[in-house]
Design a binder for this molecule. Sequence first.
Ligand SMILES: Nc1ncnc2c1ncn2[C@@H]1O[C@H](COP(=O)(O)OP(=O)(O)OP(=O)(O)O)[C@@H](O)[C@H]1O
Ligand SMILES: [Mg+2]
Length: 394
Amino acid sequence: MNRVQNPYSPGAGAPPPALVGRQQPLEDMDVALERRLIGRSAKGIMLTGRRGVGKTVLLAEFAARALRFGYVHEHIEAGDGVDFAREVASAVRRVLLQLEARQRRPMARAARIQVRRALGVLKAFSVRLPQGPEFTLEVAPVPGPADSGDLAIDLAGLLRETGEAARALSAGVLLTLDELQYLAPSDLSALIVGLHRVEQAALPVQVAGAGLPSLPGLLGEVRSYVERMFTFVDIGALSAPDIAEALSRPARDAGVHWTDEAIVRVGEASEGYPYFLQEFGKTSWDVAPGPSHIGLSDVTQGIPLAEAELDGSFFRVRFDRTTDGERAYLRAMAHLGPGPHATAEVAKAMQRTVQQVGSVRDSLIRRGLLFAPRWGLIDFTVPMFDRFLRRALH
Ligand SMILES: Nc1ncnc2c1ncn2[C@@H]1O[C@H](COP(=O)(O)OP(=O)(O)OP(=O)(O)O)[C@@H](O)[C@H]1O
Ligand SMILES: [Mg+2]
C-alpha cells in the first residue's frame, strides 16, 4: 500500500506504538508516581515476560508518564560485559545534572546544597569503582554515604542522596532497568537490598524493572524483600479484542480498515504476541493493493513474508550465537513441539540423563534463550522458537 508510511514499521513516527491491553501496569505506575511526589510510599513495578511481549515499550511509556509528572528519568540496560555499578554511577550522574539544570533562576539554596552534596557522594562512590571513575565531577568527594565498598550499602546511600536532592526540588526520579535477568546475582541482590534500605525514607525515587520470566527465580534469597517492594506484572500475549485493536488502530489512524477475517488470521499466526502482530501487520500493509482496506488475501501473502524475514533476523541472530552442544539441546526441544517441556523428556530425547545435559541447559538459560517456568520444566523465551528451529533444522 503506497499511500503513507507503513504505520507498523518501528519508529514510524508519532504516536509511539499503541500500547494496547496494558492498562493495569500503566495505572499502577501513575498511582506510584503520584504517591511518591507527595511523600507517600509506593511499590516499584517489575515486568516479566517472554521476548517481544512489550516490556521495553512499557518501560518507555512509564518514562513518558514520569516526565509529565515532573520526574527526571534515566534508564539502565543490563547485558553481557556491562558493569552494573558503573552504569548506576553514570545514570545517577545524569539524574543529578538534570536536577541541577532544572531551574533557570537561581535554585533555592537548600536544594543547591543538596544537589552538590549528592554529586560529592557520587564522586566518592565512583572513585571506589575498580577501574576508577569514568567521568570527572567538579566537586569534592563526600565520604561516608556511598563509599563503603559494599554495593548494597553504597547504592542505598547514593539513591538516598539523589532522592533528597529531587525532593528538595519538588521533583522525582524514575529509574528504569531493563534485561535484569542478565545482572550478576551479586549485583541483583545488591540492587534489591539497596533499594529496600532507601524505601523507609519514602523518597521520590521510583523504580521499574523488566526481565525474562526467569527473573523471579533469580531473585532467590532477596525474594521476600522484592515481593514487598515490587508489584510483579507478567506480560503475555494479547487477548482477542486487544489483538484486533493493536492491528486496526494504526491503520485506522491512516484511514485504512482491516477485515475481521484478516484480523483473525493474523491473530492465529501471531498467537497474540505483540512483536509478531507488528511484523505481520507491516508486511500485510506492504502487499495490500489498497487504498482503504486489508483483507484475507493480503495477510495470506503478508504472513509468510514476515516469517521469512524473522527467520533471517530475529530468530537467526539468537540461534547463531549458540554452541553445538546448545543447538543439540534446542533441537531436541524443538522436536518435542512448543514448550514447556519436562527437562527429563528433553534429556531422554537426547539419549542423555538430566544431569549430563544440565550445564548446557543452564548456559541456554544464562543466554536468555530458555527459562524454567517451574522446577523440572523448560521453555523457550522466544515465542514460536520451536517452529523456527524446525524450519531451520528440518
Ligand atoms: N501492547 C502492545 N500493543 C501493541 N504493540 C505492542 C504492544 N507491546 C509491544 N508492542 C510492539 O511489540 C514490539 C516488541 O516490544 P518490546 O521490544 O517492548 O518487547 P520486549 O518484551 O521488551 O522484548 P525483549 O524481551 O526481546 O526485549 C514493539 O515493537 C512494540 O511496538
Ligand atoms: Mg526489551
